[in-house]
Design a protein around this ligand. Structure first.
Ligand code: NAP
Length: 475
């Protein structure tokens, strides 16, 4: 039996593709799956790569097949199955063997698992993998959380299978324990916001201008050659161009408008709220998916209220609005990414991860779902201004905001007047407008809080805490 460099448990969609990728890059890999038939099918269909795959039908054979210290990638359903796997493996693994959870774990579970294994001879890596099936097979973006020593043992294999941007691997150790899974969670949150804003723009073109899917697809195709060049814009153009074989209708028209979600977007929102760092774009996107799921309620509400008159949109010059939409999408994207990076900076402080923002932007430039040229600009903005409080105040992005926020305002105002929902784009505008206004309106909130709860405030002419207003009883 050949000695494997690494092992992988869980030959589902992601695990099978990751294992083939690992073998293709010249590494021998041992594989095991709970349902043995899947292991056999996987091996039988691996073609030439089978010579570097060691299929194992028992977990004991699997462990024996790997060269110590053994790195074992666990790519099973997130949650309890990961804990079950860890419990199975613990008595079988030896000194310095490394358990790598590569699923979409909640980073708090990763921290707990890290802590549980801390006093054993095993080490734990929490590894975020992005890029879906295609990425896993041909080069994902890999976000690692774990000790430097554990990473050193697997770095060569992981960098060999990761995506490359200009020859640089999209794989990095970002910090200890939950760092990799946290960054993956924020990646997914940003992905939600990106997708929602694209869907809002599609809605304006479909419902505001009655454009057909293929026409809208052409718009996205053109944008994909400009500053919005990204995987999500590229696949949007392809999706809108596709026809349904069954009905002959555009495929997108045959799909129910009820979006699913598996939890990572929601986790991103919860964590940002826990830290008190606004991530309104991600929040709007998660809420929009939840609202989309309320299909029957929405149908009843449309019967009750009808739809708003959208003449405001029809009176607009379509070509001008399309140009504005491109700019607005860029402005909205800046808002969502600025928020996501601010949340990661907050988590880095809170959990002592020392996250390096340019590295995160760099490993997202290829392989992952939000890959884009835009991330290259974010990487260089953070490289040039490492201490920036927020992406939007880096010189490069401040210029981009100044160039695009007028278009965002126009799009949000026009869509809103026409009754077309743009919650994520509007949230980006609200974020900019609030962030750049030195004198906000929280003075009134403070007065109200003091009025009903004697919470106290600071005066503009005296920063002492706990001062009160002249309202009866609390003054
Ligand atoms: P999948 O195709 O549904 O496969 C699930 C795998 O988990 C199967 O190998 C299954 O084994 C195994 N499994 C489930 N429960 C188990 C248990 N109690 N004990 C042992 N094995 C168990 O899932 P997937 O899409 O590959 O996703 C795997 C992980 O990657 C998840 O955490 C997911 O969130 C994450 N992820 C997915 C994507 C994606 O695009 N799909 C992208 C990034 C990350 P059996 O064959 O025996 O059922």
């Amino acid at each position: 039996m050949p000695e494997a460099e690494i092992g992988l448990i869980g030959l589902g969609v992601m695990g099978a593709n990751l294992a083939l990728n690992i073998a293709e890059k010249g590494n021998t890999i041992a594989v095991f799956n709970r349902t043995t038939e899947k292991t056999r099918d996987f091996y039988d269909n691996a073609g030439d790569l089978a010579e570097r795959i060691v299929p194992c039908e028992t977990i004991e054979d699997f462990i024996q097949a790997i060269r110590p210290p053994r790195p074992v990638i666990v790519m099973v359903k997130a949650g309890d199955p990961v804990d079950e796997q860890i419990e199975h493996l613990k008595p079988l693994l030896g000194d310095n063997d490394i358990l790598i959870d590569a699923g979409n774990a909640n980073f708090r579970d990763t921290m707990r698992r890290f802590e549980t294994l801390k006093d054993t001879s095993l080490t734990f890596i929490g590894m975020g993998v992005s890029g879906g099936e295609e990425g896993a097979r041909h080069g994902p973006s890999i976000m690692v959380g774990g000790t430097q020593d554990a990473y050193a043992r697997v770095e060569e294999v992981l960098t060999s299978i990761s995506a490359k941007f200009d020859g640089e691997p999209c794989c990095a150790r970002l910090g200890t324990d939950g760092a990799g899974h946290f960054v993956k969670t924020i990646h997914n949150g940003i992905e939600y916001a990106d997708m929602q804003m694209i869907a809002e723009v599609y809605g304006i073109l479909r419902d505001g201008f009655a454009m057909a899917p293929k026409e809208i697809g052409k718009v996205f195709e053109k944008w994909n050659t400009g500053r919005l060049d990204s995987y999500l814009i590229e696949i949007t153009a392809k999706v809108l161009a596709a026809d349904d074989a069954k009905s002959g209708e555009p495929m997108v028209d045959m799909i129910l408008d009820r979006a699913g979600q598996k939890g990572t977007g929601r986790w991103a929102v919860i964590e940002s709220q826990m830290m008190g760092i606004p991530a309104t774009g991600i929040e709007a996107a998660v809420a929009a998916r939840s609202l989309s799921a309320m299909k029957e309620e929405r149908e009843r509400a449309e019967e009750l209220f009808g739809l708003p008159d959208n003449r405001a949109m029809a009176d607009e010059d379509r070509e001008k609005v399309i140009d504005a939409l491109e700019q607005a999408l860029l402005a909205g994207k800046i808002g969502a990414y600025a928020q996501g990076f601010a949340v990661m900076a907050g988590a880095s402080r809170e959990f002592g991860w020392n996250l390096h923002m340019p590295t995160i932007a760099k490993i997202w430039r290829a392989g992952c779902i939000i890959r884009s040229v835009f991330l290259d600009e974010i990487a260089s903005a953070f490289d040039e201004t490492p201490d920036a409080a927020n992406l939007i105040v880096t010189p490069k992005f401040a210029e981009m905001v100044k160039e695009t926020d007028g278009a965002l305002r126009h799009v949000v105002a026009t869509a809103t007047s026409a009754g077309l929902p743009v919650p994520a784009l509007a949230s980006a505008l609200g974020y900019f407008d609030s962030y750049r206004r030195a004198r906000g309106t929280a003075n009134l909130i403070q007065a109200q809080r003091d009025f009903f709860g004697a919470h106290g405030f600071q005066r503009v002419d005296d920063p002492t805490d706990g001062q009160h207003g002249p309202w009866g009883g609390t003054a």
